[in-house]
Design a protein around this ligand. Sequence first.
Ligand code: PLP
Length: 473
Amino acid sequence: MDFHVSLAGRGDLSVRIYRQLRDAVLDGRLRAGERLPPTRELARRLAVSRNTVAVAYDRLTADGFLTGRVGAGTYVCAELPAPKPRKAASVPGPQPKAVWRSLPPPVAAAERAPVYDFRVGIPDAALFPLETWRRLLARELRDAAGFAHYADPGGHPGLRAAIARHAGVSRSVRADADDVLVTQGAQQALDLLCRVLLEPGDRVAVEEPGYRLAKLLFASHGAEVVGVPVDGEGLDVASLPPRTKLVYVTPSHQFPLGTPMSLARRTALLEWAGRADAVVVEDDYDSEFRFSDRPLEPLQSLDRAGRVAYVGSFSKTLLPTLRLGFLVAPPSLRDALRHARQLSDWHGDLPAQAALARFVDEGLFARHLRRATKVYAERHERITATLESVFAGRLRLVPSAAGLHLCALADEGTDLEPIAARAAAGGAAVQTLSDLCGGFPRPGLVLGYGSIPLDRIDDGLATLDRAWTSPSP
Ligand SMILES: Cc1ncc(COP(=O)(O)O)c(C=O)c1O
């Protein structure tokens, strides 16, 4: 690698070269075993005499930073002190806008998966059809000419058509290819909606408890975010505050409680949106996995007034790291959304979109969903049965028949945080409602079954049981 040496400043040139190379070795920019350019070459690049560089190299070698033999090259020594972290700049540097300073720092991803992984929203990577995906992607990448130009900001045309058909058949979403905007996951769909709809200070209503990343996103756009309670039928429409511009809901599988929104509430919400001149954002993030009863009509297909923006994601059905999702927005927003997408990141990863189009078109996605649904249904059933027996009297299950997690509520006053912490120490990662939703006061646990195999569920829940019944000394 060409290491950049600067000759700016004053003093002996050899000393300046020496110091920069020494600092780079100490802070890890130059790693053990890395080869340095020959003195002649570095001298030419820096327009200094070869002797100037040779003096610096000799000193670094004498100090144990470099090693080398004439003719065999100069390398960073294999045995070095552990790199020192680079000093933080003493000046504060440029500051982000106030709204970004007011948000909590991002949650870091766990370094290692826990033994009993009940974390929410992570699908089973073992179910991902890796071989097929590799084949489809390799096929797309055979010919770079097809991807040489910037593409339509709406996304790959074949994928838009495939999504329109799939969502139409499986969820009765009313859309054709032109209505679909392919996005980098649901999160980008929400971001684009904010960009084209919200002025700073606009009021956005969200479910309480609800999806934290959506709330933070709305806040980052300068919105006034108001939580609206959720009961057994979904969002309490009667509690929506006046002058709400946008309401964000998860009607198929409320996040995190898991209940579907009743038909009466869906109708009431659409009527309210008409009266309030508001936009309803319907986040249908994981309802492809359905274990019983027929799904209710999405708001998008009940809507006759063009008020609903429907958001879908492949993060749960495939993998979150693919960053693939989509948006079906009212026609009145279509041009602005495409424009916003172009100005944001143009169109995302086209080869992956093309591969997904084939995956859907060849019926492989539907097959994958059938297979994965069976696996998740067994896990859902096993957790349900254990919660209803072993945890009876301590946890009440919230009825839920879809998705990748379920929620169980505890009695008021139960402090679940230490229980979850003890369970984590025993290898079982469970999340509390409060932890997941940024301080929601009702005690409850949300158990994901996307990444825990069936044969670990009993031991994982036994670990939770012990954490509950035998507090540590
Ligand atoms: C409520 C909700 N919406 C959407 C998503 C998916 O987001 P994305 O498609 O950006 O990965 C999640 C993932 O956890 C979620 O919980």
